[in-house]
Design a protein around this ligand. Structure first.
Ligand code: NAD
Length: 369
């Protein structure tokens, strides 16, 4: 492995980034972290507030598209590696307003690359560096029921404005390696779940809706298939790639866990029912939840009009990262889901603070059945 000590983590106040900085501090306490985040609706200072006491942690509120700011951070803090999470990340929002996705995901990523080239290659000391770009399996498009899973060589075929913007950013990262010799790695990962996920995404949205007795809106026929990976496993994969991955390489990361949305929702509902049995005190906290009224959580399920351009199936062939870096997911989905539900039940004030007027307006607009 490498001896990188100072990391610029972009988007570290978001879901995966916040998990990653906690992972990094737990596994490499001596590391220095400079966290750059614009604190959009998806960024949450509370997710990283516990790190404020750490001398090796600096939070900078700012935009990855601010070239002078990024150059200053890379040189002032003598950054060894950029770990790039910052993005607009929600497919449904990209359908309504693609502009922000192009600005942050494409233009913003390019500005980060240009700053890294300037500081590390053009004016730098020539010290080792690495730029790790976090991307998604959605860049590969949609699979038929019996098609082989996505792998590192799968041709790009993005179908949503979100995945198109991520695809473009992947290509710029690749180009900076081949054209300028920047040391880069890219990971394309499947759906993540776990702590600190903003409650517009399926699992926290459905859990919080269910706790309040609100409908659970299932797109289309609910037969769309996603592969699910616990965020802590994703963070471990990123850390391995960062430290041991080959420069210029791409790694597909997945959980070997293909589920239809309906299967996932059924399991989530069953776990919520079970939680009300195991923890009788939940009834007083969430009096509108179906189990309190003697009904199964399933009864809140409603089929709604399908998402535009909804990809049918994603699946990941993760043999390369297993073979080259020895990575295997540690969580099985059932234990990961239980742990996630417990985390949300134990961190009510974390998610409660996010449910403001703006959030409710957006969620209501999305899911009129
Ligand atoms: P998120 O939406 O929870 O967090 C994104 C973070 O980026 C937020 O803190 C936000 O404030 C910040 N940000 C947005 N625009 C910015 C800008 N211009 N400058 C600085 N900061 C900005 O997203 P996430 O789910 O944590 O995803 C992180 C990365 O992982 C993204 O690149 C996403 O494409 C990728 N990814 C996500 C998943 C998933 O299942 N969530 C799967 C594969 C890949």
């Amino acid at each position: 492995g490498r001896h990188m000590q100072t990391f610029l983590v972009t988007g570290g106040a978001g879901f995966i980034g916040a998990n990653f900085v906690h992972f990094l501090k737990a596994h490499n306490p001596a590391s220095r972290i400079v966290l750059l985040d614009a604190l959009t609706y998806a960024g949450n200072r509370a997710s990283i507030a516990d790190l404020d006491d750490d001398d090796g942690f600096v939070f900078i509120k700012g935009d990855i598209g601010d070239y002078d700011l990024v150059c200053g951070l890379l040189s002032d803090y003598a950054v060894d590696a950029v770990v790039h999470f910052a993005a607009e990340s929600h497919v449904d929002r990209s359908i309504h307003n693609p502009d922000a996705f192009i600005q942050t995901n494409v233009v913003g990523t390019h500005i980060l690359l240009r700053a890294a080239k300037k500081v590390w290659l053009d004016t730098g000391s020539g010290r080792p560096h690495r730029f790790h770009h976090i991307s998604t399996d959605e860049v590969f498009g949609s699979l038929g029921p019996s098609e082989p899973a996505f792998h590192e060589g799968t041709p790009y075929a993005p179908n949503s404005p979100y995945s198109a913007s991520k695809a473009a950013s992947d290509h710029f990262v690749r180009a900076y390696h081949h054209t300028y010799g920047l040391d880069v790695t890219i990971s394309n990962c499947s759906n993540n779940y776990g702590p600190y996920q903003f409650p517009e995404k399926l699992i926290p949205l459905f859990l919080i809706n269910a706790l309040h007795g609100k409908p659970l809106p299932v797109y289309g026929d609910g037969a769309n298939i996603r592969d699910w990976l616990h965020v802590e496993d994703h963070c471990r994969a990123i850390h391995k790639i960062l430290m041991q991955g080959t420069s210029g390489a791409v790694y597909a990361v997945g959980g070997n866990c293909e589920l239809t949305n309906l299967a996932l929702i059924d399991q989530l509902c069953a776990e919520i029912d079970a939680a009300f049995v195991t923890h009788p005190s939940l009834a007083a906290r969430f009096p509108d939840a179906p189990p309190v009224k003697g009904k199964p959580t399933q009864s809140l399920k409603r089929f709604v009009e399908d998402r535009l351009g909804h990809d049918r199936r994603y699946a990941i062939d993760a043999r390369k990262i297993k073979r080259e870096l020895g990575f295997d997911p540690a969580y099985d989905f059932t234990s990961g889901l239980k742990a996630t539900i417990n985390w949300y039940l134990e961190h009510e004030s974390w998610w409660r603070a996010l449910l403001d007027g703006r959030y409710n307006q957006w969620i209501d607009k999305q899911y009129i059945s």
